[in-house]
Write a protein that binds this ligand. Structure first.
Ligand code: IPE
Ligand code: IPE
Ligand code: MG
Length: 243
């Protein structure tokens, strides 16, 4: 680990890392277990990643916890996921708060049970003024839905005469997304070998670097996170310009 840390360039730390935590089901199936077993094992990977962010001073981390499309999974898996999510967030909340980390939730929060919604709002309220990092949890998240909601919201404001079409520019639009006030994504990490975005942060990752690893999410550890950051630091980001 020390060797790895030496390779990190602390002058080139990404501001915002987003992770598609994939492969829990396959991890469990490879062991002849139920898919939920993989989701349970994923908790340690989340902790490792959050700690890795903290050690490197990465200010924003977004975790893709549950997509809008994931509601199509069998009811039993959804129930297990909700239970695990609720239980672990509750258990680990104090630790996150003590680390001075702010929690933000993005997605269709209204689709969750009232009990979970209540808890989520409490976590956000309680950590609102924390300053040493922001943990963004994407829950029932769909980038297309986010963009649609922003569009409808803007259309309504224009219809009501609050703004004119001329007011719509990138920052105006961005301010109507769930991620208003958050910086663009610098790096997207996806585990499990799949190389796709699966409706994640489409607007925010316009110029993100993409990093794919075959490691299944329950096996993903802090050292793997550092490897991803080191790989990111070797990229030449041009943003359409010339070097
Ligand atoms: C990611 O692992 C967790 C969620 C999408 C909730 P998967 O459950 O997608 O695992 P695989 O991709 O089927 O292996
Ligand atoms: C994306 O993984 C969603 C999360 C990691 C929460 P999926 O496993 O749902 O994505 P697909 O179906 O492989 O594209
Ligand atoms: Mg998957």
């Amino acid at each position: 680990m020390k060797k790895l840390l030496k390779k990190i360039d602390y002058n080139n730390i990404p501001h915002h890392v987003a992770i598609i935590m994939d492969g829990n089901g396959r991890w469990a199936e490879q062991r002849g277990k139920m898919r939920t077993f993989g989701h349970e094992k994923a908790i340690q990977s989340v902790k490792d990643t959050i700690n890795g962010c903290k050690e490197l001073g990465i200010p924003y981390i977004t975790l893709y916890v549950f997509s809008s499309e994931n509601w199509n999974r069998p009811k039993q898996e959804i129930d297990d996921l909700m239970h695990l999510f609720y239980k672990n967030l509750k258990i680990n909340f104090e630790e996150i708060h003590e680390k001075n980390v702010k929690i933000l939730i993005i997605g269709e929060v209204e689709r969750f049970s009232e009990m979970i919604q209540k808890e989520l709002f409490f976590f956000m309220k309680k950590t609102k003024y924390n300053t040493s990092g922001t943990l963004i949890l994407a829950l029932s998240y769909s980038a297309r839905e986010e963009i649609l909601r922003a569009t409808k919201n803007i259309a309504e404001k224009i219809y009501n005469g609050l703004f004119s079409i001329k007011d719509i520019n990138y920052s105006f639009f961005q301010n109507h997304l769930y991620t208003k006030n958050l910086p663009d994504v610098d790096l997207i990490i996806r585990t499990s070998g799949e190389q796709r975005i699966s409706n994640f942060l489409l607007w925010q990752s316009a110029y993100a670097e993409l990093y794919f690893t075959n490691i299944l999410w329950p096996d993903f550890r802090k050292k793997d996170f550092f490897e991803a950051i080191i790989n990111y630091q070797k990229r030449k980001r041009r943003f359409g310009n010339v070097e």
